[in-house]
Design a binder for this molecule. Structure first.
Ligand code: FAD
Length: 307
């Protein structure tokens, strides 16, 4: 628990990020979780996922951006990414963070950028807004709702993420179900206080289970993002018992995490999408992945020392 907290604090440290980006061991550890640093580098890994029966959701790494120039560069990269997906006929959607579209500079800027991107995603692509730390939950949902309600066509081209560790999520899920919005359900990757979030793994899992069942029964093509076998097995059982067909939801997992399980789920005929990040701003993302399983860090260090 202490290691998790420490790694999550380190994820937000700019000085450590500068150090890590110049360090070859850190870059090597990150490489397990990212598909490449450039757009060109991601084509082969995504094709490999597609050939193994899985789809991808591509995330251009970058968050907490505070310069408008950098925001413009992120938006351009997402336009280029959409062209690449279409040109290469990749089975892939898009994930993005509103702080990479300018949320910290001006919420209206992030909203306008999102809307431009969703317009460009019509008629064939889908954009999911990732959920960041709790300081952004309401702001993210506000921007999601504003954009989502602008055109009925957006219903199947724009989705959002809900974190099961937050107490508020049950009410958020009900509103999203009412609007027929597409939701990705995850446990939540940030350090949140007991005043707003469940802390014990069993409590988080129990809330995930409850929200997952609501989404499977009433949601619009929910995405169940977890590597937790108990939850995955519970989802399989629940859809069987309730005659929910396999094309009404999808599993989602992270690039580089529990690959044999990913392949097994694809083989069983379920839809499964792999969250596939790329870009050189890999530090905070990688630190959150290490925090989820600090053993990854020790494995990486051991293999480095052996070499
Ligand atoms: C597709 C996808 C999108 C996500 N989007 C968001 C988001 O927008 N916002 C957000 O806050 N969080 C997001 N997350 C992260 C999520 O909130 C959790 O932090 C993460 O998925 C770990 O939780 P878990 O459900 O896999 O369960 P856990 O109980 O953490 O893990 C279950 C098992 O999976 C394995 N495992 C889990 N993580 C790792 C890892 N990093 N390395 C190796 N093994 C691991 C472990 O063996 C563990 O026993 C996303 C996760 C996924 C899969």
């Amino acid at each position: 628990m202490l290691t998790r907290t420490l790694l999550l604090q380190m994820a937000q440290n700019r000085g450590l990020e500068t150090f890590a980006r110049k360090n070859s061991l850190a870059a090597r550890i990150a490489r397990r979780f990212i598909a490449g640093e450039t757009l060109e580098e991601i084509v082969e890994p995504v094709r490999a996922l597609n050939q193994a029966g899985m789809t991808a959701t591509l995330d251009y790494l970058g968050e907490s951006i505070t310069s408008t120039k950098e925001v413009e560069q992120v938006v351009t990269t997402y336009f280029n990414l959409m062209s690449l997906i279409r040109r290469e006929r990749l089975k892939a959607s898009i994930s993005l963070k509103l702080t990479s579209l300018g949320l910290d500079i001006d919420p209206d800027l992030a909203q306008r950028n999102l809307e431009t991107l969703v317009e460009a995603a019509l008629p064939d692509l889908f954009i999911r807004i990732d959920m960041e730390g709790s300081a952004y939950t309401q702001k993210t949902l506000d921007i999601f709702y504003t954009t989502f309600k602008k055109r009925p066509e957006y219903q199947n081209h724009l989705g959002v993420v809900i974190q099961a560790y937050l107490y508020r999520s049950e009410a958020d899920i009900e509103e999203l179900i009412r609007l027929k919005a597409r939701v990705r359900l995850c446990k939540g990757a940030y350090k949140e206080p007991p005043s707003i979030a469940f802390q014990k793994p069993d409590d988080i899992r129990a809330n995930y289970l409850k929200l997952m069942q609501r989404l499977l029964l009433e949601g619009n093509y929910p995405a169940l993002a977890t590597h937790d076998l108990q939850l995955i097995n519970a989802a399989k059982l629940f859809v069987k018992e309730h005659n929910i067909s396999k094309d009404r939801f999808e599993f989602q997992m992270l690039y580089g995490v529990r690959r044999p399980l990913q392949l097994q789920i694809a083989k069983e005929g379920y839809n499964i999408r792999i969250y596939t990040p790329f870009g050189d701003h890999w530090y905070p993302y990688t630190m959150r992945r290490l925090a989820e399983r600090p053993a990854n860090l020790w494995f990486a260090l051991q293999s480095f020392l052996r070499k």
